[in-house]
Write a protein that binds this ligand. Sequence first.
Ligand code: ACO
Length: 256
Amino acid sequence: MEFTFDVNDILKYEITKITPTMIPPGFTGDRRKLWDTQNKLSDIINTMGEASAAAQGLTKPITTADKLKNSEHTLYLLVDPKGTKGKGSVMGLLKMGHKGLYVFDREGEHHQLQPLCVLDFYVHEAMQRMGLGKKIFEHMLKEENIEPVKLAIDRPSEKFLGFLKKHYGLSGAIPQMNNFVVFDGFFTKSKQAAGTPERQNNNNSQSSNVSPTKTQNGCHTTSPFGRYGAPRPPCSMGQIIHNHSPTVQPTEPSRW
Ligand code: ACO
């Protein structure tokens, strides 16, 4: 993706990790330069987010600069420094973030977790199937110190499912009642934790501990978040097993 300004001035590395501060690593300069850099960075993020949405057939982008600023998400941007006659071009994005989810294991037991999730993933059409997706994904795995099987994937496309199978041998998703996909190996044998590193759902704590808590009917008390903000069903599995009428009616806050 080409821009009128010098991308290499803003994104100084082949893969740059952008946090909600919107200050790219390696930035130096005064407030005025920061303002200019952040405007250009917003342009990059919004353009890439729109391209990703178009590639996935979505009506609205999942990734925008404003959403990133108001989140705890992390965005990885892949740059070709030689592109656009040496000004640099942007080839891909990968957005990651923790989400509060209900996740079913193979036994049908559900867990309230905050796994790290793949939220948006895109490589420019002209450069797909050339190993660039793997390059950015591998960088993220190292940076986040996580195995692919511990990730939850927000409504993966067929291409992304193929990618996960080819590069990481992931197939046979465990059926879920939301748009997220997890694979065998996501849950630890102790059934205590999954998708490490995770966080407890109190005050957005950064703790990596997990202790899923349940209400008496086996339901959990916070709402999950889905890719399209679809309403979540009540905890029907717990109700059926325990023959209880619903006592928890999760409301679905809009993700974006
Ligand atoms: N058709 C089928 N499989 C594909 C395709 C395609 N057009 N493109 C990539 N893949 C899969 C295949 O397994 C392929 O291996 P193969 O060529 O041997 O069949 C493998 O990915 C290639 O790996 P990379 O080259 O490392 O991946 P790439 O650079 O193509 O990036 C990505 C993968 C990001 C999924 C890219 O194809 C893309 O941007 N697709 C369009 C947008 C999209 O679907 N994003 C994921 C949405 S879901 C989410 O974000 C949570």
